[in-house]
Design a protein around this ligand. Structure first.
Ligand SMILES: Cc1cc2nc3c(=O)[nH]c(=O)nc-3n(C[C@H](O)[C@H](O)[C@H](O)COP(=O)(O)O)c2cc1C
Length: 225
């Protein structure tokens, strides 16, 4: 990848043209189900975009990045559960085969429903210059319910553009932001994640915070005259 290292990979794939113009299709003016009404955190979460980070990880790299992104954005985490045995040389070959031929994987049901979120960030390891089969299956199953998407991947460094293009094709949507992390850059990934998070926050500008009581009052039934 040359001397530019991870910086060249951040934002690879660009910003979806439609998304920046339109913002997040589902407005962010709703209260998070996690916030207790009337609390300061409820007021803060009221205006924050509701974000889900869904990922699959065979050996832990993608999981580590998913957890950092979720922590930085205050997002929920959805590990994609894969029922196929992928350890050892046979597991490696099976994974490479499925990715190469776009075969589906046997994945479990989702815990978090993507339709409940403003943005779903989807993370995959690269397999054979392609999206990993469990992530392909997740995208195929859930993409109609995703109002907006962003992607990240971990890899040795090959097949990044192709993988993001495949993900966008399965979703039928361009990502709001993308992040590619090479294994070699894993120890110093914080600046790249910061830039990715900033890109996401730019695509989903926060509305000015209003006190919870004021918002609740605006939804209260009007007195009869
Ligand atoms: C079957 C298989 C195929 C892979 N193919 C590629 C590849 O084409 N390009 C690449 O850069 N890395 C490739 N890798 C390396 C993984 O993308 C990399 O190790 C990734 O960080 C693993 O993520 P995980 O620990 O979350 O499973 C491959 C790994 C596996 C298991």
């Amino acid at each position: 990848m040359g001397a530019t290292g991870i910086n060249a990979l951040v934002g690879h794939g660009g910003t979806g043209p439609g998304l920046l113009a339109e913002g997040f299709p589902q407005a962010v003016h709703r209260e998070s189900p996690r916030a207790r009404p009337g609390t300061r955190s409820a007021a803060r979460q009221l205006m924050a975009p509701h974000i889900l980070v869904a990922y699959y990880s065979r050996t832990g790299n993608t999981k580590a990045i998913a957890e950092k992104i979720a922590a930085a954005l205050g997002a929920d985490l959805e590990p994609i559960i894969d029922h196929t045995r992928r350890s050892g040389p046979l597991g490696y070959l099976r994974s490479a085969f499925e990715a190469l031929f776009h075969r589906p994987a046997d994945i479990g049901p989702a815990v978090h429903q993507p339709a409940a979120y403003d943005l779903v960030i989807v993370g995959t390891p690269i397999w054979n210059a392609s999206v990993a089969s469990p992530v392909r299956s997740y995208l195929r199953r859930h993409h109609p319910a995703m109002p907006a998407v962003a992607f990240f991947c971990t890899c040795g460094g090959m097949g990044i553009a192709r993988t993001f293009a495949q993900m966008a094709k399965v979703c039928g949507k361009q990502p709001a932001a993308t992040l590619a992390v090479r294994e070699i850059d894993m120890p110093d990934v914080a600046p790249a994640i910061e830039r990715f998070v900033a890109e996401i926050n730019q695509a989903a500008p926060r509305a000015p915070i209003r006190p919870v009581e004021e918002v609740a009052a605006s939804h209260a039934p009007q007195p009869q005259r």
